[in-house]
Ligand binder design. Structure first.
Ligand SMILES: CCCCCCCCC/C=C/C=C/C(=O)SCCNC(=O)CCNC(=O)[C@H](O)C(C)(C)COP(=O)(O)OP(=O)(O)OC[C@H]1O[C@@H](n2cnc3c(N)ncnc32)[C@H](O)[C@@H]1OP(=O)(O)O
Ligand code: NDP
Length: 323
């Protein structure tokens, strides 16, 4: 076993060196280059208002950028007003479209209601709502205090519910349709140790969105979910891979050999929120380079077996004939 594992790691590092790769991607990732341009036609979101929670950083910022490039007037909301304002300025100077920054702690239903009041005066109610704000950190569950549990589940599940219900009720009142999108993650489906509050809350968000997809279609509302796998953002990686030691193992188990990019996620979010997706509701879109199925399959680690090793094993298996 030790010999085999030495062989495996030598083969692996040879692959990386010969491809002249930076650490952070496998040679075959060259077969899956990320397309960074904007996918939808220009002005796909002209005269549309988009509301994005957590839009000041990471994936929220990337989605706001692409939607603004496509003509939307964006409203981004979270706790840190200075961060939001800087992002709003950066995006607006790049796209020429207005981006509004509103302070809002989604855990507080009154703050959410006040934020929606402010948005209504600035832009009117939104056509697109993206629930992206989240909190997370890795922690053995036996070390979690009640407040640690609450801090994550309040942002992720209650925050999404408060935003969705507040906006949904007002849109229904005004007889206006809308697209709702929630950003969850692949382990919302499987559960995951060491992030139990996040896994529980994201699973709750998925149940909420599937429920409302069924209930509120009659009001012109669509509800969809994107489950991203790993995409390098400061917010996520500083809390989920604080030492930087987990990244390589993660990339090794992703069949496409690389992390996702914020721009790729933003294009998918734009599509699902657009008129091109008007028949898509209640959908759960896994977006992970194949990581989920790769982790799930019993024999998938056999990818590491070399042709010579297969020759040997095949001979061993064939030798059992008749036994
Ligand atoms: C294997 C490698 C993985 C690499 C990435 C793989 C990605 C694939 C799937 C990824 C999914 C990603 C999901 C995400 O959601 S990423 C988003 C991450 N972004 C954020 O979290 C941004 C917002 N976060 C925050 O503001 C904070 O981190 C917060 C703690 C969530 C909330 O802040 P605040 O309200 O100010 O809380 P505090 O007062 O600081 O703390 C509240 C209680 O929680 C306890 N606590 C805080 N940190 C920890 C910790 N690290 N461990 C244990 N407990 C913690 C804190 O002590 C408080 O409890 P109390 O002491 O009992 O009062
Ligand atoms: N990056 C990744 O690999 C993955 C990310 N995801 C999901 O993608 C989404 C974005 O994550 P990412 O961009 O990586 O991480 P970030 O940390 O950059 O984004 C989280 C955002 O949530 C906001 N936020 C946190 N708490 C609150 C609150 N109480 N009220 C309002 N806003 C809040 C933060 O802003 P502020 O601090 O100003 O409040 C921040 O902008 C999340 O839903 C995350 O779960 C899912 C799978 C993988």
């Amino acid at each position: 076993l030790t010999l085999l594992s030495q062989q495996f790691s030598q083969t692996e590092s040879w692959f990386h060196r010969s491809a002249g790769l930076q650490s952070g991607s496998a040679p075959h990732s060259q077969l899956f280059p990320p397309a960074e341009g904007v996918m939808l036609p220009p002005e796909s979101f002209k005269n549309r208002v988009v509301f994005i929670t957590g839009g000041g950083t990471g994936l929220g910022r990337a989605m706001a950028t692409v939607l603004s490039q496509l003509g939307a007037q964006c409203v981004i909301a979270s706790r840190k007003l200075d961060v939001l304002q800087q992002t709003a300025e950066d995006i607006c100077s790049r796209t020429g479209n207005k981006v509004h920054a509103l302070q809002c702690d989604v855990r507080d239903p009154q703050a959410v209601s006040h934020c929606v009041d402010q948005m209504t005066s600035l832009t009117g109610l939104p056509d697109v709502i993206i629930n992206n704000a989240a909190g997370n950190f890795i922690c053995p569950s036996e070390r979690l205090s009640p407040n640690a549990w609450k801090s994550i589940t309040d942002i992720v599940l209650n925050g999404t519910a408060f935003v969705t219900l507040e906006l949904g009720k007002r849109l229904i009142q005004d007889q206006r349709g809308a697209s709702f999108l929630a950003i969850t993650t692949i382990y919302a489906e499987s559960g995951s140790g060491f992030v139990a509050p996040s896994a529980s809350a994201k699973a709750g968000v998925e149940a909420l969105y599937k429920s409302l997809a069924a209930e509120w279609g009659r009001y012109g509302h669509r509800f969809n979910i994107i489950q991203p796998g790993p995409i390098k953002t400061k917010g996520a990686f500083s809390r989920l891979d604080p030492t930087g030691k987990f990244e390589k193992g993660m990339i090794d188990r992703i069949p496409t050999g690389r992390l996702g990019t914020p721009a790729e996620l933003a294009n998918l979010a734009a599509y699902l929120s657009s008129d091109y997706a008007s028949w898509i509701s209640g959908a759960v879109m896994r977006f992970d380079g194949g990581e989920y199925v790769s982790m799930a399959g019993e024999f998938n680690d056999l990818r590491r077996v070399t042709p010579d090793q297969w020759k040997m094993m095949e001979a061993m298996i064939r030798s059992t004939k008749g036994s």
